[in-house]
Design a protein around this ligand. Structure first.
Ligand SMILES: [Fe+2]
Length: 289
């Protein structure tokens, strides 16, 4: 039986290799941990530490290498390696991105976007079916951060995700910061985006930091880049509260991958996420009472 977070609004922290020895030695008070299987598949020592940690913490697995959006198909060998790790640590949730991350067999660092049309939907649905069948459990698909819209898209991202859920029975990982970043870059209302998502399909929320870069002479004048290298922005905290009002309590991840701070800083961000959730539910109790 996999361990699950004690509370449905518990905040977790992304466990990166730089922190794993400290976390294994000190067992900090965090409700759950999220890992990228790609960090552990070729690192037997880290995988052993992780297996031990999985007896103490609920684990969520977030793959950055299972490429459900690649027209060339899912990398089955990689999928089998992810499955083998999942079998060892029995996570409470498995997720990945709505994007492709391989191209002609090469892994790309950046996650690339897809046009939202019927053809992409058919490809994605087949690949999600394949992943869910191979893993024997539901797969949570995450909304990406976008920098450019596709001229050829015939559906909004929300329509696309909703249709993907209906076709495959998959679930969604809602990255709140990505919605803020994409909304600012593409000029849409992030609150309306959250309102459009199928609430019952949301299994986890993400919050990550971004940077703002100036673009000389281009419109929009600024572009938000989803770097996971900063504290969570106030706009994202506000949108997070809105998402919790709309979806109800959900496990929420502090996602920090670059320019990693101390683990105690991450614990502070996780505590803030739980405080935001507590505020939302106190408010909803008042309204109900
Ligand atoms: Fe994310």
């Amino acid at each position: 039986m996999s361990r699950t977070p004690n509370a449905s609004n518990a905040a977790g922290i992304g466990l990166r290799l730089q922190h794993i020895a400290e976390v294994a030695a000190t067992r900090p008070p965090v409700a759950w941990l999220e890992i990228h299987p790609e960090n552990f598949i070729a690192n037997p020592h880290a995988a052993e530490l992780l297996q031990d940690l999985a007896t103490a913490y609920p684990i969520s697995v977030h793959s950055v290498g299972v490429s459900i959006g690649s027209a060339g198909g899912v990398d089955r060998r990689h999928l089998q390696r992810v499955k083998a790790l999942i079998d060892r640590i029995d996570p409470f949730l498995v997720s990945g991105h709505l994007a492709w991350s391989t191209h002609e067999g090469d892994y790309l660092n950046d996650l690339l976007p897809l046009p939202y049309d019927r053809e992409s939907l058919g490809i994605l649905a087949r690949h999600v079916d394949e992943v869910q069948q191979a893993l024997g459990r539901p797969y949570h698909v995450e909304n990406p951060s976008n920098y450019l819209g596709f001229g050829g898209s015939t559906m909004t991202e929300v329509e696309f995700l909703t249709e993907l859920v209906a076709r495959t029975g998959c679930r969604l990982l809602c990255d709140v910061s990505n919605i803020h970043v994409s909304g600012a870059n593409l000029g849409y209302d992030p609150y309306a985006y959250v309102d459009g998502l199928p609430a019952e399909a949301i299994g986890e929320l993400h919050l990550g930091g971004f940077v703002i870069e100036d673009e000389d002479g281009a419109a929009p004048a600024q572009v938000l880049i989803d770097t996971h290298s900063r504290p969570i922005d106030d706009h994202a905290w506000d949108l997070h509260a809105h998402a919790l009002r709309r979806f109800g309590p959900r496990p929420t991840l502090i996602e920090w991958d670059n320019e990693l701070p101390s683990f105690s800083t991450l614990l502070g961000e996780a505590a803030r996420a739980e405080a935001v959730a507590a505020g939302v539910f106190a408010e909803s109790m008042r309204h109900a009472g």
